[in-house]
Design a protein around this ligand. Structure first.
Ligand code: ADP
Length: 924
């Protein structure tokens, strides 16, 4: 065929497939032409040559036939979908090329990633969202229906698929599509609309899993079925050949799981940090698994915490026994260390791509099961749920399959399955017979030279073989004329002559025949054996799952034992009581100061204040992570912990952290808040790390204030809210379940030491000046800022004292006018409740004395109504309270300056400006 012809064929095959690239077999190479050659050349650093023919020139890049897999893998892992056209000969001897499979990110069988490799499909009817997730490398197949697009996005984030098939409705719905895309790095592949049609999908799902299974697992969602149908059709069409290993359909309901929206999963850094690194994530910290299926399962557990206490208690029991039985645990982990990835081996067997060494891996891993049972028997683990996990797979069937493999395969089989030498003697009589005849024919040849020498008195005789001459007898020139008559000369060389005999030719034919027959039979037997393994896909998956589970449990126990974690007590929703809790990740790198946390029905909303960098956010995340770990079935970093099972964890973290990543806008912040206010329930845990910072101060306080009231009154979720709006701390006096806590800091001679201890009550200062100091603002500026602050505080105190009555009165920040105002204790409508955190006066924690007149804890003006305040206060106090405009302006600016958002230089300039304003206006 001419180049033109080959390229022409390439281009027309390319036309037929919707893959991004086409690799077409041309003899011993797979070739890419034209644009594809350029792409492949660039991506894989392959040499691109020019093939010219008939006046045209085409870029061309090729890879050797047997090297295609790694190149394919590299291309697919970069997000390309590659069609592979194989070449074959037709009955009539023509050469044909045809696309037999398309390798895509979600259908790559030869994956090297340790993580699951999910292919997902998403369909919607504008209302709910159907989702299917399948890992073709392990045969996992899960489907669900999510109520909203956000919920669907959360599931996508959980599964982290590599490829997503959007259903037909989504193709024109750019908004939904982009929300889904945000939750995943997967590549999106458009796939035939019909595959998602309800009737066709239902049929495909029933065909694949069996009608009775479909009924018994309760797959009654049309949307989920349609998504599943899409996945099945896609896997079939791409030709991965693994449908057989997809044996188990799992339907799950997001409501069985702890709700974790995509933002929360990201914020809690479950599997990667906010910067996208694996290292430093919760998973990375607690993962001590020794097998990749164990690692995958642990990751699955972490991203899918549960709500049912029975299953969790079972895991906790297992972890408890493993944690306390150090020797037995180490023995178990040693045994696990020898295990290969059985679920993946099952898929490779089913697709016909497993070689002999992989079947040996199956054999060896099957023997891990009895070894595990031995390691457990007679130890403290014997009565734990671990024993039950190990006894779950059909041990007899596993043993039989293992014996089959052990009896069949040679210990050190060759890499390719077509060159013979795969089987042990005694496995198959016909094969043994063939091998024996083959060997004896070969040994006849081996001894031929000696026999010829002896029988015919010839010296210098060798017997050899090459491609053109076949087997021959080579005789040195000096004795070449002494050869017997039946020798037929075939070649004369410089120093020798080559001969054949009829007998030799006969033997040669026999050897070739035997060789071929032996190869054919071995391959046939091998395929049978592999087929037998494939038929046991489900058994292998069971055993694989058991190994994974034991590994994941042992990993949790190892971490618990090594880090002093304890078993949490799980209760019905409500309380969260942590004694000496730590942050699971931070504690591994820091000398961590443990902290208590107590939340219950009376104390369900904690306002967390404290200086910047004091540990507020760590404290709150620690609460979320301890809750999450408890619902994973793990021990937790605390001296003791009682965890009321929650239905979801919702977080939103400070604009600052997110801004640093260039991700957050005020809009995003508000969307996250909105999602929390809509989705959280009384049984949820909500973590708010600053709300409202992304906008002007008054706006921000107002939103934070209103959100607090709404969460407290309507949603009633357990909430931890860290805020720098000190104003919010007065809410503790008015909302009965709100309490204040703060991270203590010690101030001495103007130096602040972070104690990292969380205590009840609000903090009363922002410590901004301390941060300015830390940031290197020159000493005179820092000192002067301290003076200014003191003066401002005094103004506040004077103002408070100047009420002219003996009733407690406080200066408050009026969010409406943006000015300091005077409010009387009685006029705020407060209910006088002084439970929980209000026991500590606002200034009680560090008491600088400036405002320390003991009158502040009446914290008034919740409604913040300027009119009411003004009307309710004596006229002389009004006069006293009125600051001169310069001071007010400075005060305003000081109030609204965000220290974190201002560079030291700017801060310095500001402070200088304030000083000069005050010097001019107020005078010293
Ligand atoms: P904030 O939210 O108050 O600004 P962070 O929670 O970000 O502060 O904590 C600031 C730093 O303090 C973190 O780097 C963290 O490692 C450290 N830290 C926080 N809590 C503790 C603790 N309990 N013990 C020791 N170090 C802590």
């Amino acid at each position: 065929m001419t180049t033109q012809g080959i390229v022409g064929q390439f281009l027309s095959l390319k036309e037929e497939t919707d893959a991004d690239l086409l690799a077409m077999q041309c003899g011993d190479f797979y070739e890419f032409f034209a644009d594809d050659a350029e792409t492949v050349g660039r991506e894989l650093d392959l040499k691109v040559s020019q093939k010219s023919s008939h006046g045209s020139s085409y870029p061309m890049a090729g890879v050797p036939l047997n090297d295609l897999t790694p190149y394919l893998k590299a291309l697919v892992e970069r997000g390309y979908r590659v069609a592979v056209a194989d070449q074959y000969e037709t009955e009539s001897g023509d050469l044909r090329r045809e696309v037999k499979r398309v390798v895509t990110p979600g259908t790559l069988l030869e994956t090297s990633r340790a993580d699951a490799q999910f292919l997902a499909a998403v369909v919607t009817d504008g209302d709910g969202v159907g989702l299917a997730f399948s890992d073709i490398t392990t045969g996992q197949f899960l489907v669900t229906e999510a109520a909203t697009v956000d919920d669907a996005a959360a599931e996508l984030y959980r599964f982290a698929p590599v490829e997503v098939l959007p259903g037909p409705e989504l193709r024109s719905d750019d908004e939904t599509l982009s929300r889904l895309r945000e939750a995943t790095d997967a590549s999106f592949s458009l796939f035939a609309t019909e595959a998602f049609a309800p009737g066709r999908a239902r049929h495909a799902v029933r065909e694949q899993f069996g009608a009775s299974t479909v009924d018994s697992v309760g797959l009654d969602s049309d949307l989920a079925t349609r998504a599943a149908g899409g996945v099945l059709a896609y896997v079939e069409e791409t030709g991965a050949g693994v449908l057989r290993s997809m044996t188990r359909l799992q339907v799950y309901h997001p409501s069985d799981l702890l709700e974790l929206d995509a933002t929360t999963q990201r914020n809690l850094e479950l599997t990667e940090t906010m910067h996208g690194d694996r290292s430093g994530s919760l998973f990375d910290t607690i993962d001590h698994t020794v097998t990749s299926p164990g690692g995958r399962l642990l990751r699955e557990w972490l991203t899918r915490p549960r709500r049912d206490r029975d299953e969790l208690a079972r895991r906790h029991d297992a972890v408890e026994s493993l944690a306390s039985a150090a020797l037995a645990r180490e023995r178990v982990r040693e045994v696990l260390d020898g295990a290969y990835d059985l679920e993946r081996l099952a898929s490779r067997s089913a697709s016909g791509s497993a070689g002999a060494s992989e079947l040996l891996s199956v054999r060896d891993t099957l023997s891990v099961l009895p070894a595990l049972a031995d390691a457990i028997e007679g130890t403290e683990l014997a009565d734990s749920p671990l024993a039950e996990v190990v006894s779950r797979p059909d041990r007899d069937a596993a043993a039989d399959l293992r014996t089959d493999l052990a009896d069949a395969l040679a210990e050190d089989p060759p890499k390719t399955v077509t060159q013979g030498g795969l089987f042990q003697t005694g496995y198959d009589d016909e094969l043994d017979d063939l091998i024996e005849r083959h060997e004896s024919a070969k040994s006849w040849l081996d001894t031929l030279a000696d026999r010829e020498k002896r029988d015919h008195g010839l010296s210098h005789v060798t017997v050899d073989r090459n491609k053109t001459d076949g087997y021959y007898i080579q005789v040195g020139k000096s004795v070449a004329d002494q050869v017997p008559d039946h020798y037929r000369q075939i070649k004369t060389l410089k120093n020798s002559k080559r001969f054949v005999t009829e007998e030799l030719e006969e033997k040669e034919r026999e050897i070739l025949r035997l060789e071929e027959a032996r190869g054919d039979l071995e391959y046939e037997l091998f395929e049978d054996l592999r087929e037998r393994v494939a038929r046991h896909a489900e058994l292998l998956q069971d055993v694989g799952r058991t190994i994974a589970e034991v590994d994941a449990l042992a990993s949790l126990a190892t971490h618990a034992a090594g880090n002093g974690w304890t078993r949490p007590e799980l209760t019905e929703a409500g309380a969260l009581d942590i004694e000496a809790g730590r942050h699971p990740v931070v504690e591994t790198t820091t000398d961590f100061v443990p902290n208590d946390l107590r939340m219950d029905d009376e104390r369900g909303f904690l306002i967390v204040t404290g200086p910047n960098m004091s540990g507020k956010s760590t404290y709150m995340r620690q609460a979320a992570l301890i809750t999450l770990l408890a619902q994973v079935g793990s021990f937790v970093p605390a001296r003791s912990a009682t965890v009321g099972v929650v239905d979801g964890i919702y977080t939103r973290v400070g604009a600052l952290d997110e801004l640093a990543q260039g991700r957050s806008t005020f809009m995003v912040e508000m969307q996250e808040l909105s999602n929390i206010l809509h989705s959280a329930t009384e049984d949820s845990l909500v973590i708010l790390d600053e709300v409202g910072r992304g906008t002007a101060t008054y706006d921000g306080i107002s939103i934070a204030w209103a959100a607090t009231e709404y969460l407290h009154n309507e949603v009633r979720a357990k909430t931890l809210f860290a805020t720098h709006y000190h104003e919010l701390t007065s809410l503790a006096d008015h909302l009965d379940r709100v309490a204040n806590v703060h991270v203590a800091a010690d101030e001495r001679d103007g130096d602040v030491t972070f104690l990292r201890t969380v205590v009840d009550g609000p903090t009363d200062r922002s410590y901004g000046i301390h941060v300015a100091d830390l940031a290197g603002v020159p000493r005179p500026v820092v000192d002067r800022a301290g003076d200014v602050l003191d003066r401002l505080r005094e103004e506040k105190a004077i103002e408070a004292k100047g009420s002219g009555t003996s009733e407690p009165v406080q200066a408050v920040f009026d969010v409406g006018s943006g000015q300091m105002k005077v409010a009387e204790a009685g006029d705020s409508g407060g209910d006088g409740d002084d439970s929980a955190g209000s026991g500590a006066p606002a200034n009680g924690a560090t008491g600088t004395g400036a405002a320390g007149n003991g009158s502040v804890d009446a914290a008034a003006a919740v409604e913040g109504s300027a009119e009411a305040d003004r009307a309710g206060t004596g006229s002389d106090s009004e006069a006293e309270a009125a600051l001169d405009p310069e001071t007010e302006a400075v005060l305003d600016e000081l109030q609204s300056t965000d220290v974190n958002d201002t560079s030291p230089l700017d801060l310095m300039a500001k402070v200088q400006a304030w000083q000069s304003k005050l010097d001019g206006g107020d005078g010293e």
